[in-house]
Design a protein around this ligand. Structure first.
Ligand SMILES: *[C@@H]1O[C@H](CO)[C@@H](O)[C@H](O)[C@H]1NC(C)=O
Length: 369
């Protein structure tokens, strides 16, 4: 707080500086050896504290209070639309009882075409099934048709091509169009229209595309990478934040521009490594049940990968606490009896720990349970 007050004071001092213009009659004074230059105010300039302060807040990524946004928007010569503070919330719903993926409605184009996209903090492309997608690659998904949108513009010569960690992929061409999520709108968002998608996407009829929330450095558009929806929305948001609130077998939300006060108190903070473009952080350790082992584990917070992947030794330590659990070659993972009690799994983030309830860890039950 102290630092930001100092910055604001400096900005206000800057705004009060007037231009110096010599008056024409000062020539005589110079000739006589006495130079007096009178300071006169610039007639076409109005000092504007609110606007300067607003720009300083923006520069230092400090949340902009509503009164300041309003004052800046009211400034002489300011375009009020530019200073509108925005926030929004969209419901995100699991596609199945395993919470395999979550879909969120996104409005694209004019009039709006609504597609259900998988919001993915592990990638940075916004791509959609489209009218250009090969017919054989579509099986029940909704498609974006740029010819039905009066605001769609082809980015001529631009292409994209992405491969994900699970082996799936897609590629195509690029438009810019209006994109809205939960009431937050970006007027010129790169919308990557698929021409081809791999079988994994074809087989998933619930997912009409992805909306990447990683850092821009991961974007695959060529010849020039494009910015994510969140990055494009940043300047118009109340606060430069988004929140992924994913629930187990129930709808949750993606919030843009604010932190919901119902979970604000339980937030914890940790440093993120921005390169190569994931939300990469170092966990302080892990625990099974009541134990906790301090052990740095580097990972990424990836909303598009809903399972937790851990070093084999950590997984082994967890299942050592589940009676009768064995690592099955046949099933490709640990199996255990329906009656087994699963302990909680805990991992460290910053100065806190996050608990995954034991009940959530039984991913798939077979017939007899
Ligand atoms: C905050 O979360 C609560 C509980 O999920 C919800 O009822 C409320 O509408 C949310 N508030 C906003 C502003 O989204």
């Amino acid at each position: 707080m102290v630092a930001s007050k100092a910055i604001v004071a400096a900005a206000l001092a800057g705004a009060a500086t007037a231009s110096v213009i010599p008056k024409s009659n000062s020539i005589e004074n110079i000739k006589s050896g006495r130079a007096t230059i009178q300071q006169v105010p610039r007639t076409n300039y109005r000092s504007n504290g609110a606007l300067s302060m607003y720009k300083t807040y923006l520069k230092y990524n400090t949340p902009i209070p509503d009164w300041l946004a309003t004052a800046a928007a009211n400034s002489v010569g300011a375009d009020p639309a530019k200073f509108k503070r925005d926030e929004g919330s969209a419901t995100t719903t699991p596609i199945d009882t395993y919470d395999d993926a979550y879909i969120t409605p996104v409005s694209i184009g004019t009039p709006a075409q609504v597609l259900n996209l998988d919001f993915d903090t592990g990638s940075s492309d916004l791509w959609v099934f489209s009218s250009l997608t090969a017919a054989a690659d579509i099986d029940g998904q909704s498609s974006y048709d740029p010819t039905d949108s009066s605001t769609a513009k082809l980015l001529s010569g631009y292409t994209w091509d992405i491969s994900y960690g699970d082996g799936s992929s897609s590629s195509g061409v690029v438009y810019t169009d209006v994109v809205s999520v939960g009431g937050v709108t970006v007027t010129s968002q790169a919308v990557e229209a698929a021409e081809t998608v791999s079988s994994e996407f074809t087989e998933d009829e619930d997912i009409d595309g992805l909306l990447g929330l990683g850092f821009n450095s991961l974007n695959t558009v060529s010849p020039k990478a494009q910015s994510t929806f969140w990055y494009n929305a940043l300047d118009s948001l109340d606060e430069p934040v988004f929140a992924a609130n994913l629930q187990h077998q129930a709808p949750g939300t993606y919030d843009f521009g604010f932190i919901n006060e119902t979970f604000a108190d339980s937030l914890t903070y940790t440093a993120v490594t921005k390169l190569p473009g994931y939300w990469k952080f170092t966990s302080t350790g892990y625990g099974v049940g009541d134990d906790f082992t301090t052990d740095s584990i580097v990972g990424i917070a990836d909303t598009g990968t809903t399972l937790i992947y851990l070093p084999a030794a950590v997984v082994k330590a967890y299942y050592a606490e589940v009676s009768g659990a064995t690592n099955s070659v046949l099933f490709g993972g640990y199996i255990f009896d329906c009656s087994a009690t699963l302990p909680d799994f805990v991992f460290g983030v910053g100065s806190s720990t996050i608990t995954v309830p034991g009940d959530y860890i039984n991913f798939v039950s077979f017939a007899l349970c």
